[in-house]
Design a protein around this ligand. Structure first.
Ligand code: SAH
Length: 467
């Protein structure tokens, strides 16, 4: 069982520091199931390759066998693929032999451990019964360039067809720690087997190593389920914790903080100005159906209902509490049938692909993007522009340049404590232009609120139109 990791980062031999393994000295490690060797077939300034080679002890495999004797074919416990393919043994070896690198720790080069560098891994053999497409769908969403070589069942008998074994090559520019964490979780997912019993501790491992990327992975359910050996209770627990952690108690955060922002912006009636500007754009666009994403307590929804042009209206928010406030504000219960039929409210997160968002002419997200963690923005972009794909998308966000004009706002602070970022006009445009290009939209920029000659207006709005 062989894993090689290559970098062309300069000097490439820094890989030795990152892995905590000296390129000039092969090393051997005793593990409970066999031996691991780390060596460097190549170590030059331009290219450096580290190899992790596992020798599995066949006696250990026989001893650890669970289940009734005679399961499978007679010699299966002696003749099987386990010593040769990458499986959970490889993950254990990564954790035990390359644990410091997996954790992103590097005493000699701390900044390097945090720097994405070009990396390529080759796994000599991975088993994947679900086929090559599944293999790709695990790694490609994480930004990997994936190359596979499928192996015939027996080269001497081509008529027997393909086996479910592949040589896998993965390329990505990420930190060593990120790369290893992907391998650590996804190798056993490919194999769909584990050499040890799965329990609560595995949930913790999955959450720890998947923390940065699993919540937004399109196959997160399958990954969690396979990683936890299809144990429904553990899988459900892992997924709900994953999503919860992602959202940091939206209700509490939202309620406490919305008031602060309103206070700061009240004097200039910014909230009304924003809604006026957005509604004017929507009316002009000819849209008859509108989704208000991150609708908060539903102020815009009420204004939308008053416009006859909008026949179908949706309000979506991650915060259940906000949706309850919206239902109250709109007096949903007592609304006349004809009006009631035009609106739906539902809970959801804009960083997860959601079928319910499809089929609207227009989507608006007023003062929402700045609440998303920057690493989640990519997911948001795809959810809106790739999957929901409304004809018109309207986004507003604070113009941070204007903040100096708010007397109550301490210098350098954002308008709302839950804002993860606030952008200058240039930053917003630099984000929006390539985004529009990428997904086939045109974008125009507008300002909302009293305009300052130098600082611009307090709110900025981008209107994307599908071309
Ligand atoms: N659009 C409203 C509320 C803006 S406050 C208005 O203009 O008044 C930001 C809103 O985005 C909050 O209601 C918050 O709960 C919601 N939100 C934050 N992250 C979200 C996410 N990932 N998915 C959906 N809504 C989100």
């Amino acid at each position: 069982m062989l894993l090689t990791l290559t970098t062309t980062h300069h000097p490439a031999t820094d890989l030795g520091f990152l892995l905590h393994k000296n390129p000039s000295r092969p090393q051997k490690f005793d593990l409970s199931f066999g031996k691991a060797h780390v060596l460097y077939p190549l170590a030059s300034n331009d290219r450096c390759t580290a190899a992790l080679l596992l020798e599995i002890d066949p006696i250990h495999l026989v001893r650890r066998r669970r289940g009734p004797a005679g399961e499978g074919f007679a010699l299966e416990q002696y003749v099987n693929d386990r010593p040769f393919v990458a499986s959970s043994f490889m993950s254990v070896a990564i954790a035990q032999v390359l644990g410091t690198a997996l954790a992103g720790i590097c005493k000699q080069r701390p900044e390097l451990a945090q720097t994405p560098i070009p990396l390529e891994a080759t796994l000599a053999v991975v088993p994947c019964r679900s086929g090559e497409a599944f293999l790709r769908s695990l790694f490609e969403p994480l930004g990997y360039e994936v190359e596979t070589v499928a192996h015939a069942l027996d080269e001497n008998f081509p008529q027997w067809g393909q086996s479910h074994y592949f040589t896998l090559r993965l390329r990505n520019t990420v930190t060593v720690s990120t790369f290893l964490s992907h391998l650590y979780v996804l190798i056993p997912v490919l194999d769909d087997d584990k050499h040890y019993w799965v329990d609560q501790e595995e949930v913790e491992k999955l959450l720890r190593h998947g923390q940065q990327w699993l919540a937004t992975h399109p196959l997160r359910e399958q990954i969690a389920s396979r990683y936890l050996r299809h144990q429904t209770r553990l899988t459900r627990q892992a997924l709900s914790r994953l999503l919860e952690e992602d959202q940091a108690d939206p209700d509490q955060v939202q309620q406490e903080r919305a008031a602060e922002e309103e206070q700061a912006e009240k004097k200039i009636h910014l909230h009304e100005a924003r809604m006026d500007a957005v509604i004017a754009q929507l009316l002009a666009s000819g849209a008859t159906s509108v989704a208000d994403l991150g609708c908060g307590s539903g102020k815009l929804l009420r204004r939308l209902l008053d416009e006859k042009q909008f026949k179908k209206i949706a309000g979506m928010d991650v915060s259940q509490r906000s949706l309850e406030l919206a239902a109250d504000r709109l007096d949903l219960e007592k609304m006349p049938e004809a009006r009631r039929e035009r609106i739906t409210l539902f809970q959801g997160s804009l960083t997860y692909r959601d079928k319910r968002l499809a089929g609207y002419d227009a989507a608006v997200a007023i003062e929402v993007i700045e609440h998303l963690d920057p690493p989640r923005l990519g997911a948001f972009e795809r959810v809106i522009f790739e999957f929901a794909r409304p004809r018109v998308v309207i986004l507003t966000t604070p113009n941070v340049e204007y903040n100096v004009k708010f007397p109550t706002l301490p210098a350098g602070k954002f308008r709302h404590r839950d804002h993860r970022f606030e952008w200058t006009r240039k930053q917003f445009q630099t984000w929006a232009q390539p985004l529009a290009m990428r997904f086939g939209y045109e974008v125009s920029h507008h300002s909302i609120g009293p305009e300052d000659a130098e600082l611009g207006a307090p709110t900025q709005m981008a209107v994307f139109t599908r071309v």
